[in-house]
Design a protein around this ligand. Structure first.
Ligand SMILES: Cc1cc2nc3c(=O)[nH]c(=O)nc-3n(C[C@H](O)[C@H](O)[C@H](O)COP(=O)(O)O)c2cc1C
Length: 384
């Protein structure tokens, strides 16, 4: 791919070669590795895109270590994504004193009895053992202000806010040379983010993997582009090859934010079963459900969805529902019940048929988008 040039203003802003960002992907379940690991971040940044670390499952100290490791392994720009609560400034972190972790079986005692009874019943019916999982009480999600401080002290090139509005830290970030990215699933939120001074906006459509909104990417993008004004917008949700990149650029986006496609790479931290599930999925094999986290999230379909739908239970608020899904997923994984296992993944799974090195994902996307924009589009469209 030597010599291929495909640049937008995003490349100048972030100091990268290609307008492709690997989405920040944290762990879905307690005890799971993050989807976007240090390896994946480094690989995407070294390939000319920009890798974003999914920092939500790390402790604050581990986050600092991971950032330093990335800096040791690449001198290219990279990002860190944190799941900020809605009111990050007013919410006081829960103080567990010296207790850093507790067995999931102990923490589960804090959830309502009907939900506990349901977990017991499912385990009994499917003859599953209790999984031996520890719940960490000092992750970045529990300590968002400390985690943000680490990002600022480490002067990460790009700070990305999954879920909440990063407005409260924009000024300090800018004073430290850090760009700030916000993620939105609707126009109203895009306006709020713009007003809070973010440098970049990701517009993530309904088809995307993980926590997702109600608006499809095609309908979302023009509205967010209008609302964003001068702020560059990245398209997300359902982008997995050069066709998606070319379409996003044609729409007026400055680049793309890609999750599921990068999950199916050698370097991603997804469980093997989840990688295989993406490869074997058709476009109809994902579901949006409250079952995993209590918020609407899109995952590969598994029989866990049917179990939850048949439970008659109300989902617990985020992140309590994660205790339920983790308890059962842990048991399914230990028992090898792959038919009940599925991780965050988007509808684009339907066109992903092989695990590739992350560099190849970037190169293939750029090659195909370039070919479309230079050759295929002019050949297909009569313009006068
Ligand atoms: C396994 C996985 C984990 C994710 N975790 C996060 C996260 O921690 N923070 C975040 O902002 N978005 C997260 N997302 C959403 C992605 O950032 C991104 O918006 C989405 O994957 C884009 O859609 P696509 O999967 O169709 O590419 C996650 C997505 C996946 C697939």
């Amino acid at each position: 791919m030597a010599g291929r040039v495909l640049r937008t203003k995003l490349c100048d802003m972030l100091g990268i070669e290609y307008p492709i960002l690997c989405a920040g992907m944290g762990p879905v379940l307690i005890g799971e590795k993050a989807g976007s690991t240090v390896d994946l971040v480094v690989a995407v940044s070294e390939a000319g895109g920009l890798g974003v670390l999914g920092g939500s499952g790390f402790t604050v100290d581990e986050l600092r270590e991971a950032i330093r490791l990335i800096k040791q392994r690449t001198d290219k720009p990279f990002g860190v994504d944190l799941l900020l609560p809605k009111s990050v400034v007013s919410e006081k972190p829960v103080d567990y004193g010296d207790i850093k972790e507790l067995p999931l079986s102990v923490v589960l005692k804090t959830i309502p009895k009907p939900h506990r009874e349901w977990i017991r019943k499912v385990r009994e019916e499917l003859m599953l053992e209790e999984a031996d999982i520890m719940v960490r009480l000092d992750t970045t999600t529990m300590r968002p202000l400390e985690a943000v401080k680490v990002c600022i002290e480490e002067k990460v090139p790009l700070f990305c806010a999954g879920l909440g509005n990063p407005g409260f830290m924009v000024e300090e970030a800018h004073a430290n040379g850090i760009r700030v990215l916000g993620i939105t699933g609707n126009i109203k939120n895009a306006v709020r983010m713009r007003e809070s001074g973010v440098d970049l906006l990701v517009a993530q459509g309904h088809e995307g993997g993980g926590h997702t909104g109600r608006i499809g990417t095609m309908a979302l993008l023009p509205g967010v582009l209008d609302a964003a004004g001068d702020i560059p917008v990245l398209a997300a949700g359902g982008i997995g090859d050069g066709r998606g990149l070319a379409a996003a650029l044609a729409m007026g986006c400055a680049g793309v934010w890609v999750g599921t496609r990068f999950l199916a790479t050698d370097e991603s931290g997804a469980l093997d079963i989840n990688k295989r599930r993406i490869l074997s999925s058709s476009d109809e094999d994902t579901r949006v459900s409250h079952a995993y986290t209590g918020k609407t999230s899109r995952t590969s379909y598994s029989k866990f969805h049917d179990l939850w739908n048949g439970s008659g239970l109300e989902p617990l608020p985020f992140p309590m529902q994660v205790l339920i899904s983790s308890a059962l997923m842990g048991s399914f994984i230990d028992a090898g019940r792959e038919d009940y296992i599925g991780g965050f993944a988007g509808q684009i799974s339907g066109i992903i048929h092989e695990i590739k090195p992350a560099r190849k994902v970037v190169e293939d996307m750029i090659e195909e988008a370039s070919d479309i924009l230079m050759n295929r589009l002019p050949a297909n469209v009569i313009l006068k």
